[in-house]
Design a protein around this ligand. Structure first.
Ligand SMILES: [Zn+2]
Length: 199
């Protein structure tokens, strides 16, 4: 049995994951990207890690306040700048106003995201809630980059098995030929016990 990716404990939720590597090429007219399909790997997240993560995102007010800090600082700096330079410097006043708008929009979007996440978790039963938390936690632990390439992860489970090429392409921002390869791989590899708590 594989051990937890974080603390090495046995048991938990096993995920079979396909790696996708994407290199973004930016030119003046359009944004292109090169993509390839990487390895398929198994990862386990123990239930303690899944529970800790769930508690942190749903109940830990300190963690939620920490996320707000940057927008609060932006908002405060904007208010100070706007007050200081309201009559003296138009450019700095505009900069202050822009910071206020960014701060307010950031706080609003964070609030909406947090509420939406709470609701999604509330609708799930305990088993599905832990499974979702384990997956989200895994994504925070796995590397997001390899040199210049972004790495994204596609789980092999019943949900992705029910998707068509086109759905995979849209959902995971895949090139058409990569979506075909991902589809083939999802349907070829053994997914026994994957995504189920193993305790
Ligand atoms: Zn763990």
């Amino acid at each position: 049995m594989k051990k937890c990716i974080q603390y090495g404990k046995s048991g938990g939720v096993l995920f079979r994951v396909i790696e996708i590597r994407t290199l973004h090429i930016r030119d003046f007219t359009e944004e292109k990207f090169i993509q390839n399909i990487g390895c398929t790997r198994d990862y386990t997240v123990c239930l303690a890690c899944a529970r800790n993560y769930l508690d942190r995102i749903l109940n830990n007010k300190y963690a939620i306040y920490q996320q707000c800090i940057i927008f609060n600082v932006m908002l405060l700096a904007g208010i100070v700048m706007t007050s200081l330079f309201f009559y003296t410097d138009g450019a700095l006043r505009l900069l202050g106003e822009a910071a206020i708008v960014c701060g307010v929009l950031g706080l609003f979007s964070l609030y909406r995201e947090t509420r939406c996440r709470h609701k999604t978790y509330e609708m799930l039963n305990e088993k599905k809630r832990l499974k979702k938390a384990a997956w989200e936690y895994l994504l925070t632990v796995l590397p997001g980059k390899n040199n210049e390439m972004d790495i994204t992860y596609i789980p092999v489970n019943e949900e992705t098995q029910s998707l068509k090429n086109g759905d995979l392409m849209i959902l995971y921002h895949l090139l058409p030929e990569i979506a075909v390869k991902v589809y083939m791989r999802i349907h070829c590899i053994n997914k026994k016990n994957v995504g189920e708590p193993m305790v």
